[in-house]
Every structure is written in structure tokens, then in C-alpha cells.
Design a protein around this ligand. Structure first.
Ligand code: K7E
Ligand code: CUA
Length: 618
């Protein structure tokens, strides 16, 4: 212990020295490697990550209705960064800069309702390349590059409304992102047939993970809630809480059983290849019919309004969580193979267990030791249960499959184990995302934080070790081993993130790495400048009232952590320019007079002096 602290304190001094040099004088300094979290504590895991120490896992949190993604260190639960996705970000200029506007597309709404962040896979485990996230509010899916932690592509999914459940294909690699459109809608949705329920349907969607274009859509009966991929690469499976195809709450709750629908991906791909599809409206996306009786799908009846759906890390089973039934339904993938091969009579023959766990089961996570951890929304508990024993019990043996129930505070939705959505589930941590926090934190008015609770599951008993408040309903998170994520320290000049801006500068004959130039092109003015702490390349910009001005700045600093910014006073303009990055923003100079611009990122002892004037002539 003493030895470890010594290492930590030495490294902290190095760190402070390095920071001091960078912020004070702009001199490069080598940063010593930080001590990392490692040790176990008696009777469980150590959650204390000391100053200067690094966490063992990255946590990727949905930002819920904020439309962003948050990155936390686990087990400390320190918030490391926020990644703007569907939202406007005043710090980075996401939603305002030309680079991010190209990603968001024209007239993009700047709100989102994110639920499901999921990293890309290779061979059944995370590969650290991308993180994907849905936007239920505006029917979109975004991709984040994990090397720079920036959103790099967004796709609007056509012909459907409200992308909710979303999972990447796990095997052999993430070729597709599977995502559910939750709400049934009339087709065509042009006002011609709004009341005729027989014209309503929704679709399951697959997005090509590289091009981020929709690869195909499959029409289903009922609606679609959550989705999951298997570990063979053959199947995706979605829950349906509205087999009744009702519009009101009462209607959707009528049936004792709804279903999960399984999509046979090789068969769907073959149908697309054989051109056995239609298209809808202006969209060119292949649309296939997967309603009951189709060879592309299988409908497995499960009780009642199922919600979460989670594959076990051994690749054998998938568990549908009952929500309005106290049970979860365990489906065996090998039996699904048999059903599609015509070897089983009933769809229910793929069910191998239906353990009763408690009230309101929503989502299940795994420890890699054969146990499931299911959130019980109504009971405010986590039920730990053994999968093999649940199967034995279903087969008539007298065994108790419940291992433990732990109270959580309060009303949990998703839960996630460390690496638990991969074949490398390591059974150390369980994160439980509770919807209500009531008395757990200092009160902050009527809108309460969520409560993300960290539970040590390394031993036989679950132990609650940390409460973490989170703003605006995260829904879901992922816990990823830190060695999988490899980030860049500074940008490289040929990064595709700003390649279009670089190409535009080239057309203007500008060398971004050295030129400070103003180019007039009719009523358009393009301003190119560099930044090196504590200077902008231009201290004066002269334009005329009504000009459309594009300011493009290239940060020539090469020191890690020396980010500059560009804020134009009284114009609502601000953007991030990190080391070796090029950022640009376009605005109309509609106010005659002098307007100061300044660097809003503390970069140097003379950071306050890093500023200039925009002269707008009347
Ligand atoms: Cu259960 Cu949108 Cu994944 Cu919320 S969803 S809890
Ligand atoms: Cu550059 Cu502050």
C-alpha cells in the first residue's frame, strides 16, 4: 500500500509539472505514465481510484434526452468527457461548425433521445473502433469514432418512426447495426389513410456499419421494442409489446402473450441479393415482408409485453424480459436453428426456461459464470439467478435458481456488467441504472437525477458500492475494458473529420498549416488563420455588413491538451480547435461595428490576450 501511494504521489508531481509547463509557457513536456487502478480489497473489489490513478474500464453512457453520450471511468464513476451527438454543444461547436453540420445533415433537429450506446464488435467482443447510438426522437442512428471520441456519421432511417432498440452484429464482426422502429405508422404516411389500422406497420432495420446507409428493412407484425444479436452472426431478435396492434394503453395490454421476432439474416441477405424486395416512396432501401408466415422470420410467443432482450456470453441462449409478467423467457439458439430447418413443431419449442424472478423484469446482464442479473422495475431489485438451474427447474426438477435479490434505489431499467455484452464477460462490476433517486442525493428541485448504482459482483454476493447521479435519463450504458480503447493524443492533419474543409482551402490556394489570409468571393468572405498559443494568426478581420463569413482556423500547437477556441462576441459563435485540428464556422456579418473574438479555452498564461477584432463596415 505504502509503495503504491509513493508511486502515485511522484506521478502526480510529474503531472502537475507537465501541466504547468503547457499552460504557462507552451513548452512541450513528457508526461510520465500514470499509475493505474488494480488492487483488490479484502472481501471485494477496490472502488477507490486515487488522484492520478486511472480507471480499469471506460463506461459509455447514453445521455438520454440530452442527445449526447457521456464517458465515465469505472469504478470511480468520474465523468471523463461528453460526446455531443444529436445535440448542440456550446463548448465544441457541435451543431454549429461546418464539419459537424456536414455530419448532422441539412436542417437537422438539435435534440435527440438516446437510449442504447453500443461499441462495434469483432469476433464476439468489442474492437474499440466505433460506438453507435440511437435517437428515438428523430429516427436516427449515429456513429462515434472512439479514437477521437467524435460523432462521425449520422443516418436518418427512412419510412419508419422512432428508432429504439439497437445492437451491433457481434459475429464475425459488426457488419450491420440492427435497429427497431418502435411505432407502427400508416403507409404511405401522407395523410391519405391515417385511421385505417390495416395500413399500419413498422419495420426492423439493418444499417451498414461502414457506410452508415440502411441496408434493408423488414416489415413485421406488431411493434418492436428492444433488439439483440446472437453469437453466430445468423440472427437478430426483437421484442414486441404490442402484438395487439393497439393504439391505446388498454389495447396494448390485452394479450397475455406477446412475442419476440427472430430475423434470419442469411435468408434476408439472400432475398435482397435475389432482388425479392420492394421499395417505399423516394427511398431506395430494400424492403422485405417479414410478417407471420414469412421464411425470413420466426415469432416466438412470450409473456407479456416483453422489453429487454439479452444474449448470454456463452452464445447459447437469449433472454427476453417479461415486464408485465414476473418471468423472463430463455430461448436456446441451437433450437432456433432447428426451427428454421423445419425440425420443430411449435415456435414455443425453442423456449428452454421461464424462471419467475419478481415484478417488472426489464433487462438482464451476465457475469460469465452462468448467472443472470435481471432488473425488477416494480420490486426495485436486482434478481441474481442461475441459468442452468432455471433450465433444470423448467424441466421439472426441484431446484432454486434464485441466488440473491438486492434492493436498489429505485426502479431500475437497464443494467450492465463489465464486458457483459461480449463473450469476454468478466463478472466484476454490475451497473444498475435506476430511474428514481428521491432521497439519495441533495435535492435540486422537482426534476431529479437518475441514480446509477455500482455493484461489486466479483464474489458470491452482490454488494452495492456507489451511487452516481446522472442527469436526463441515460437508459443504458456499456462497460469496456480500457485496453480496448485507443485514443489519439492530438489530431493528425489528414484526418477525415475535417477533410472537406481542407479540400475547400485547397481550392482557395490556401495552405492551412501556415497561411493567414482573407479571400473575398462576391458577398462571401473566407478567413483562414492559424493558432499557436497565445496567438491567432489574424488580429483583425475586415468585412462588410451582409457578408457571409467563414472563419477557418488551424491549431498548429502539437502539445497534448493545448486546445484553443474561437468565440465571436454577441454572435452565438464558439468552437473547439484542438491540437492539429482545423475547425470552421460560417455566419452572416449583420451588425456593423467592432466585434471582439477570443480564445475561450484556457491555453496559456497569455490566454486572455488571445483575441482579435472583427470590423463590420456599414
Ligand atoms: Cu429499457 Cu429505451 Cu433500453 Cu429505457 S429502454 S430502460
Ligand atoms: Cu488559445 Cu486560450
Amino acid at each position: 500500500m505504502a509503495k503504491k501511494n509513493e508511486v502515485a504521489s511522484i506521478s502526480r508531481r510529474n503531472f502537475l509539472a507537465a501541466t504547468g509547463a503547457a499552460t504557462g509557457l507552451g513548452v512541450a513536456a513528457a508526461v510520465a505514465p500514470y499509475p493505474v487502478w488494480s488492487e483488490a480489497r479484502e472481501g471485494g473489489l477496490n472502488i477507490h481510484v486515487g488522484p492520478g490513478e486511472l480507471d480499469e474500464y471506460y463506461g459509455f453512457w447514453s445521455g438520454g434526452q440530452s442527445g449526447e453520450v457521456r464517458v465515465l471511468g469505472i469504478p470511480s464513476m468520474r465523468e471523463l468527457t461528453r460526446i455531443p451527438v444529436f445535440n448542440y454543444c456550446g463548448a465544441t461547436g457541435h451543431g454549429l461548425t461546418n464539419e459537424t453540420k456536414r455530419i448532422l445533415g441539412p436542417d437537422a433537429p438539435l435534440n435527440g433521445d438516446t437510449h442504447h450506446p453500443h461499441p462495434s464488435f469483432t469476433d464476439g467482443t468489442f474492437d474499440g473502433k466505433y460506438l453507435f447510438i440511437n435517437d428515438k426522437a428523430n429516427t436516427r442512428v449515429a456513429r462515434i469514432r472512439l479514437d477521437v471520441m467524435k460523432t462521425d456519421k449520422i443516418v436518418n432511417v427512412p419510412n419508419v418512426q422512432a428508432i429504439h432498440g439497437m445492437r451491433p452484429q457481434k459475429v464475425p464482426y459488426t457488419k450491420y447495426i440492427f435497429c427497431n422502429a418502435e411505432f407502427r405508422m400508416p403507409h404511405p404516411n401522407d395523410g391519405s389513410n391515417m385511421d385505417d389500422n390495416s395500413q399500419y406497420y413498422t419495420m426492423f432495420n439493418a444499417i451498414d456499419a461502414e457506410s452508415m446507409e440502411v441496408a434493408f428493412q423488414v416489415i413485421v407484425d406488431g411493434n418492436l421494442d428492444n433488439t439483440e444479436a446472437d453469437y453466430s452472426g445468423k440472427y437478430a431478435i426483437s421484442t414486441c409489446y404490442n402484438s395487439e396492434e393497439g393504439f391505446t394503453l388498454g389495447e396494448t395490454m390485452r394479450n397475455e402473450r406477446d412475442w419476440t421476432v427472430i430475423f434470419n439474416i442469411p435468408r434476408i441477405e439472400a432475398a435482397v441479393k435475389a432482388k425479392k424486395f420492394t421499395t417505399l416512396g423516394d427511398s431506395k432501401v430494400p424492403v422485405l415482408d417479414g410478417r407471420k408466415g414469412s421464411k425470413l422470420t420466426m415469432y416466438v410467443p412470450v409473456p407479456k409485453s416483453p422489453h429487454g432482450i439479452n444474449s448470454t456470453p456463452d452464445g447459447k441462449y437469449v433472454v427476453a424480459n417479461g415486464k408485465l409478467s414476473p418471468t423472463v423467457t430463455v430461448i436456446e439458439w441451437a433450437k432456433v436453428d432447428q426451427w428454421f430447418a423445419g425440425k420443430l413443431k411449435s415456435e414455443r419449442d425453442v423456449v428452454v426456461a421461464e424462471p419467475e424472478l419478481g415484478l417488472g423484469p426489464l433487462h438482464t446482464a451476465y457475469d460469465g459464470r452462468g448467472n443472470g442479473y435481471t432488473t425488477l422495475f416494480i420490486d426495485s431489485q436486482i434478481a441474481k439467478w442461475n441459468i442452468a438451474d432455471a433450465i433444470r427447474s423448467y424441466n421439472g426438477e426441484k431446484v432454486n435458481y434464485i441466488r440473491q435479490k438486492l434492493d436498489v434505489q429505485y426502479q431500475p431499467g437497464h443494467n450492465h456488467t463489465s464486458m457483459g455484452e461480449t463473450k469476454e464477460a468478466d463478472g466484476k462490476w454490475l451497473m444498475v441504472l435506476c430511474k428514481f433517486s428521491k432521497d439519495r442525493f441533495l435535492p435540486c428541485g422537482p426534476l431529479h437525477a437518475e441514480n446509477d448504482q455500482l455493484i461489486d459482483i466479483s464474489g458470491d454476493e452482490m454488494k452495492l458500492v456507489h451511487d452516481g447521479p446522472a442527469f436526463a435519463e441515460p437508459h443504458d450504458c456499456e462497460i469496456v475494458r480500457r485496453d480496448i480503447i485507443k485514443t489519439k493524443k492530438i489530431w493528425t492533419r489528414d484526418d477525415p473529420y475535417f477533410a472537406d474543409t481542407v479540400a475547400m482551402a485547397k481550392k482557395d490556394g490556401v495552405v492551412l498549416e501556415k497561411d493567414n489570409k482573407i479571400i473575398r468571393d462576391g458577398k462571401k468572405v473566407r478567413v483562414y488563420m492559424t493558432s499557436v498559443a497565445p496567438n491567432f494568426g489574424l488580429n483583425e478581420i475586415r468585412v462588410k455588413k451582409g457578408d457571409e463569413v467563414t472563419v477557418t482556423i488551424t491549431n498548429l500547437d502539437q502539445i497534448e491538451d493545448v486546445t484553443h477556441g474561437f468565440t465571436l462576441v454577441n454572435h452565438g459563435i464558439a468552437m473547439e480547435i484542438s491540437p492539429q485540428q482545423t475547425s470552421s464556422v460560417t455566419f452572416t456579418a449583420d451588425k456593423p461595428g467592432v466585434h471582439w473574438y477570443y480564445c475561450q479555452w484556457f491555453c496559456h498564461a497569455l490566454h486572455m490576450e488571445m483575441r482579435g477584432r472583427l470590423f463590420v463596415e456599414a
